[in-house]
Design a protein around this ligand. Structure first.
Ligand SMILES: [Zn+2]
Length: 122
């Protein structure tokens, strides 16, 4: 923390910045992506592409991103994240789709929005 009591990585957004179309578009996009993640059941979506076994609050399964002999991929639905402890791939449901379908961020967002039954951020 610096002398102002703020964490060094925190930055105040100026009113000019916050009013800019870029900033508004960015926050709207992030909010939209948050809504998608809240609407979708991460485990149900991932189960269309791989087997997942419940292990308490977490799930594990054979990683679809490398030749996995065990169950190296773990999912934490409470955090909305997955991680493979072998090939190190991980992230959110957006990252899962991006890597699985080899698509970009925007396409993954559109794909999951459609699955969630949500229309565009506008
Ligand atoms: Zn893996």
């Amino acid at each position: 923390m610096d002398s102002s009591g703020r964490m060094p990585w925190m930055r105040i957004v100026t009113p000019e910045e916050a009013a800019s179309p870029e900033w508004k578009a960015k926050t709207a996009r992030e909010a939209f992506r948050g809504r998608i993640l809240k609407t979708l059941d991460m485990i149900a979506v991932m189960r269309d592409y791989m087997r997942l076994r419940a292990r308490g609050r977490h799930y594990s399964g054979a990683c679809p991103f490398h030749h996995d002999r065990g169950e190296s991929l773990w999912v934490r639905p409470d955090r909305g994240t997955f991680k493979c402890f072998d090939c190190d791939l991980g992230g959110t449901l957006f990252d899962f789709m991006r890597h699985l379908k080899r698509i970009d961020e925007a396409t993954a967002t559109a794909y999951l929005a459609n699955l969630a039954g949500l229309s565009d951020c506008r």
